[in-house]
Write a protein of this length. Structure first.
Length: 438
């Protein structure tokens, strides 16, 4: 989806030039491009042969992009996805599987010509970029530490607490943003959070619950948002906003329960408030604890919460939260820049629950322990269905429908059993399918 997001928003255009066979994942990559060229040499072809060869699906988006993006007719898509040999030549153009076929004699010149035509349409000025330096990350037995993100694992509770730190300093203008480069807090924090989420997804499969916390001054986060809003037409600021959007989408797609705790000393403001609205439940402490001189927990909205970070269904997280309640979204927009305590946040529906200091520890503990006691499989299905409301898009169809079916099919004996297609592929022995439909 990042390729298509860059095509839509970043002034980039992608060209797929196929000389040879683009099968399976190769064609799935090609259909993310804006323009597909196929050499007409009687042997080059495109295909999605996963079903007839492996008894699985082209599950990284190819199946959905055929109908939703390429507008391939449903019956033709059915033929294409059940034919091992694929499609070549003019038929590939007629079926909208590619945009043009080119004879071998004109191939190199035409590829160059198309590339130059597409490049000429970009609004990118070719200026100097910024270096994305390696992340400063330290991994311990139960911790992952970055400059702006802290992760603490509780293996007994099967949970990870991710704490985001507010910026300690910010540049004052656009030149300062460019000079700061990869150290500019919104970019640095987003890279670190992205890395932490990927680490948990790939290396900690038993961690089923993520608890988001934050520490710092909300005014500093709001100041960072102000820079992102003020200079949004600049190419670097645009890319930082788009990257933040993709990281928050990754949060939405985590197969983990998400709980956000808003406490005294938190800085869930503007962009960081997206972690409140992305959570399955958000809990806010009302008032202060005895002896705590930090003041009550607060929540803050900025303009970015309403436009900059749409979910996969095309809605902001606030519009997703208040689906069918447009007046609630409008009311929330009127709260931009205000300091909201627990009572105000609860009144406007911006949090799930509010507890005072007497009940806080016990209630939070019960929420986390109850979540950890449920079936991980059932929770994954529950959360994937409840997090996205309203309109279905190509993105939600890929991640909410196609991926779910693919994951299920990959567990079935027709694919992975001893007599399944994946086990017998290349052996010359036909798979032995269980023919019952379920």
């Amino acid at each position: 989806m990042s390729i298509e997001d860059a095509s839509e928003n970043s002034g980039q255009t992608y060209l797929a030039a196929i000389s040879g066979t683009a099968a399976g994942g190769g064609y799935e990559l090609a259909v993310t491009a804006d323009h597909i060229m196929l050499i007409d040499d009687r042997r080059s072809s495109v295909s999605l042969p996963e079903l007839p060869l492996l008894a699985v699906l082209p599950g990284t988006g190819g199946l959905t992009r055929l109908t939703d993006k390429r507008r391939v007719r449903r019956d033709r898509a059915d033929i294409f996805c059940t034919a091992e040999e694929g499609v070549r030549g003019n038929r590939a153009v007629e079926w909208r599987l590619v945009d043009e076929v080119v004879p071998p004699s004109a191939w190199d010149a035409t590829v160059k010509e198309r590339a130059l035509e597409l490049a000429a349409k970009s609004d990118r000025d070719g200026g100097k970029g910024v270096s994305l330096t390696p992340l400063d990350r330290s991994i311990g037995d139960d911790t992952i530490t970055y400059p702006h993100v802290r992760v603490a694992l509780d293996r007994t509770l099967r949970s990870a607490a991710i704490t985001i730190l507010a910026p300690s300093s910010l540049p004052g203008d656009l030149r300062g943003i460019h000079d700061t480069g990869a150290s500019f807090w919104p970019l640095a924090m987003a890279r670190e959070l992205d890395d932490a989420l990927l680490h948990l997804r790939l290396n900690e499969p038993s961690i089923g619950l993520i608890v988001f916390r934050s520490v710092g001054d909300p005014a500093d986060v709001m100041a960072a948002d102000s820079l992102l809003e003020q200079y949004q037409s600049d190419w670097l600021v645009r890319e930082i906003r788009l990257y933040l959007k993709r990281v928050f989408k990754r949060v939405d797609m985590m197969a983990r329960s998400l709980i956000t705790l808003i406490e005294p000393g938190s800085c869930f403001a503007g962009s960081l408030a997206e972690l409140v609205f992305a959570a399955d439940r958000s809990v806010m402490l009302s008032g202060t604890a005895p002896g705590d001189n930090r003041g009550p927990a607060t929540l803050h909205l900025s303009a970015l919460n309403f436009s900059a970070y749409p979910m996969g269904n095309g809605l902001s997280r606030l519009a997703n939260r208040f689906y069918g309640e447009p007046d609630s979204v409008d009311t929330a927009a009127g709260l931009i820049g205000e300091t909201l305590d627990a009572e105000a946040a609860d009144e406007h529906g911006l949090i799930t629950l509010a507890y005072d200091s007497i009940d806080w520890d016990d209630e939070v503990r019960l929420i986390l322990e109850e979540r950890a006691s449920f079936s991980p499989d059932a929770l994954t299905g529950l959360e994937a269905n409840l997090r996205f409301v309203g309109p279905e898009t190509m993105e939600t169809r890929i991640f909410g429908r196609l991926t779910a079916w693919q994951n299920w099919i990959f567990q079935r004996p027709n694919a992975v059993g001893e007599a399944g297609s994946l086990k017998r592929y290349g052996s010359g022995v036909r798979p032995d399918f269980n023919t019952e439909r379920v």
